[in-house]
Design a protein around this ligand. Structure first.
Ligand SMILES: Nc1ncnc2c1ncn2[C@@H]1O[C@H](COP(=O)(O)OP(=O)(O)OP(=O)(O)O)[C@@H](O)[C@H]1O
Length: 452
């Protein structure tokens, strides 16, 4: 087998170079090559031991009997593709008749031990084809994102998955999301990381941070509108609802034009509009939603109802108008009052950091992925940033964001400040910013050294 020979040659050459000191990436590559070789050499025996083989077909048994040869062995799934990665390797397997993707998923823990890997996960790509992702070490212990991401409009990398893949926040496939977690579980770092990644995209950022603005106001240069108290938040949400209605009118007007043109696409959302007409998409980030949903006094109730109604309307109708919600909080259940469960039902993307009790985890996953509830409550306290993410398909995964400091996020926002669009109707909410401080002190004429 030529690939096996090539791998062997690579290992021999690598081993020959062992006496020199090499950088970390060299040892990483060496480890990946060794792991690949180990998997290939042990593949058939491990698959057999894990019950992932099928008996040979009858015609092969008949031919062996007629030729008086030993009966052929049971056959493991075919290896369709093998791809070494930064963190381990990815095997694409073609299942034999009688094999099932569920059998492979159930055997993942046995495969992990047998191949001496840190983690093995499986997923069905299509009927009869399963992908096994193997990691050689705990990739979530110290998150290192790949230098190059697979970026697309409104799709940003936010975390690493436990199988070594990058976890993306894709606004066009999952428009609205909810992020939950107990205090000090890593919600703010997750949101900060999201803002730092979105900063480079053609998107308007709108924020509501009722923690007196401590999380979002330092990033203000990249924001088109910000609110730091419930009163301003109510007005900002009303402005967003009016903006949404305006965009709907625009889409409607454009539909009327294209309906007369045979074979032309009829616009149904902002992405169907021609680029010169398309309004800038908006991501609304809400930090600590309970501050908006709780009314401390009876007099605050009308404002609270106005806020929740606007949020529900944006969640129900915002997608087509290019308005996406990113809601963060410690809990998000019916105890926050009327309309909360209706709003939660619209938030398809769910991420739960460490939570203190099962009801809190149920608020994120109870209605979409019950398995993920157990995973969320077993996140240890000493790993902030570790989270469980799922969506309405019922699938879930463990993820961890890279530790983005506030300084790094502020630098990213300042670097892309020129991308913050001025939204019509939002002038009152545009953050007031002091002029940028120049680090290079330019001497004033009086300070300038006198020329000789
Ligand atoms: N991905 C991460 N990797 C390493 N450390 C992290 C990560 N995320 C968060 N932390 C650390 O955990 C601590 C708490 O994080 P963060 O402020 O995001 O929590 P929080 O859930 O927003 O808390 P609160 O609700 O009290 O504001 C911070 O000191 C931060 O340094």
């Amino acid at each position: 087998m030529s690939w096996l020979t090539a791998l062997l040659a690579l290992v021999v050459v690598t081993a020959g170079l062992l006496r020199w000191r090499r950088p970390a990436w060299y040892w990483l590559t060496f480890g990946v090559v060794l792991a690949t070789l180990r998997v290939l050499v042990r593949y058939s025996s491990v698959m057999d031991a894990c019950g992932l083989t099928v008996p040979p077909p009858r015609w092969r048994l008949t031919i062996a009997r007629m030729a008086n040869r030993p009966a052929p062995e049971s056959r493991p799934p075919r290896i369709l593709r093998l791809r070494p990665t930064r963190t381990g390797l990815v095997l694409r397997l073609g299942l034999r008749p009688g094999q099932d993707a569920f059998d492979v998923a159930a055997a993942c823990d046995r495969l992990r031990h047998s191949f001496a890997m840190y983690g093995v996960t499986s997923r069905e790509l299509r009927s009869g084809v399963v992908e096994l992702r193997m990691t050689g070490y705990d990739v979530l212990a110290r998150v290192q994102m790949p230098a190059k991401g697979d970026n697309a409009p409104m799709r940003v990398p936010v975390a690493l998955r436990e199988d070594g893949a990058v976890h993306y926040r894709d606004y066009r496939s999952t428009p609205h999301a909810l992020t939950l977690g107990a205090t000090k579980s890593g919600k703010s770092v997750y949101q900060r990381n999201l803002v730092a990644e979105l900063a480079a995209h053609e998107v308007a950022l709108v924020g509501i941070d009722c923690k007196q603005g401590v999380e979002l106001f330092p990033l203000a240069r990249r924001f088109s509108a910000l609110a730091d108290n419930p009163d301003t938040a109510a007005e900002l949400l009303d402005a967003l609802v009016s903006h949404m209605e305006g965009v709907y009118h625009l889409i409607r007007a454009e539909q009327r034009i294209t309906a007369d043109v045979p074979d032309a696409e009829v616009a149904a959302d902002i992405w169907d509009l021609p680029a010169h007409l398309r309004p800038t998409p908006i991501v609304l980030l809400v930090d600590e939603v309970a501050e908006l949903a709780l009314s401390p006094t009876k007099a605050d109730e009308p404002r609270r109802d106005r806020i929740i109604t606007a949020l529900v309307r944006l969640a129900q109708l915002g997608r087509a108008a290019g308005i996406y919600l990113e809601i963060c909080g410690q809990r998000f259940g019916s105890e926050l009052g009327k309309g909360i469960t209706m709003l939660r039902a619209q938030l398809t993307g769910r991420t739960a950091h460490r939570v203190n009790d099962e009801p809190s985890a149920n608020m994120a996953f109870g209605d979409i992925a019950p398995d993920a509830v157990l995973a969320a409550i077993s996140i240890p306290t000493e790993t902030p940033g570790l989270a469980v993410t799922g969506d309405s398909s019922g699938g879930w995964a463990r993820i961890r964001t890279p530790h983005t400091s506030m300084r790094q996020a502020v630098n990213a926002c300042n670097r892309h400040a020129h991308r913050a669009p001025v939204l019509p109707g939002f002038a009152a909410f545009r953050p007031e910013l002091p002029p940028t401080v120049s680090l290079v002190k330019i001497p004033t004429p009086t300070e300038a050294p006198a020329s000789a």
